[in-house]
Design a protein around this ligand. Structure first.
Ligand code: SF4
Length: 242
């Protein structure tokens, strides 16, 4: 029989009109199980009023981001043995820098809205994208599609960002990374959106975003590169260059 550990889950609880509090649950967990498994066990066997969100269970949907012992994690890919030990504590809180809706669920609508603004410019024609064979298609409006990128829009980078914590107007790591991916030469209309005090210049290079990103987007590096793009674009605009 596989080894089990006794784990104390300490869960943040917040319901509308009630004072936030922490509740404790004792669970028998295998070290190889995931943190999300424990949250689901609490909901299934202890308290059906616990609110949290998840979907894919394999780090694709980005829905299960939470603070685990004070660090931003995708809970579906974070193993118990990587955050605690037998007899230890797993403290679960909602992500920072987002309003709490209920318990572990946060309101990400502003973040998603900003991502849509960034992604709206990512619509490109297949005719502009190399195919697997390297052959370009003829222009065809029906072929327009969204380019895929590695960002799963989990919001962990926003939660970890110390600048977002002090300035909610700051666009934030994932949004700026998306703009960098687009490229300002390709989408110069994005320049004014990112070239201001709440845009690319607000970042203080803490690199917390890159530290917690589960998808290797490396948003901090992309923000640094976007600054170069901004300066280059300014010069090109000054001299009327494309
Ligand atoms: S950049 Fe990384 S941490 Fe930020 S939303 Fe995208 S996948 Fe999540």
């Amino acid at each position: 029989m596989s080894e089990t550990w006794t784990i104390k889950y300490v869960i943040y609880r917040e319901k509308k009109g009630q004072e936030p509090k922490f509740e404790e649950f004792s669970l028998e967990m295998r070290p190889e199980e995931y943190v999300l498994d424990g949250v689901e066990k609490i909901w299934a066997y202890h308290d059906r009023s616990l609110t949290f969100q998840h979907a894919c269970h394999h780090s694709t949907c980005g829905a299960c981001g939470m603070l685990v012992n004070g660090v931003e994690k995708l809970t579906c890919i974070t193993k118990i043995k990587d955050v605690t030990e037998n007899g230890g504590v797993v403290r679960i809180e909602p992500m920072r820098n987002f309003p709490v809706v209920s318990d572990l669920v946060v309101d990400m609508s502003t973040f998603f809205s900003r991502m849509e603004t960034a992604k709206a410019r990512q619509v490109v024609s297949l005719s502009e994208s190399p195919t697997d064979s390297g052959i370009k298609r003829e222009p065809n409006a029906a072929d327009d599609l969204y380019r895929l990128s590695d960002c799963i829009e989990c919001g962990l980078c926003i939660s970890a960002c110390p600048i977002t914590a002090t300035n909610p107007e700051y666009l934030g790591p994932a949004i700026l990374a998306a703009v960098q991916l687009n490229g300002l030469d390709r989408f110069p209309e994005l320049l004014s959106w990112v070239d201001n005090a709440d845009g690319v210049w607000r970042c203080h290079s803490a690199f917390e975003c890159t530290e917690v990103c589960p998808s290797n987007v490396e948003p901090a590096w992309r923000i640094m590169d976007l600054r170069k793009q901004v300066v280059s674009r300014r010069v090109k605009n000054l001299f009327g260059m494309k």
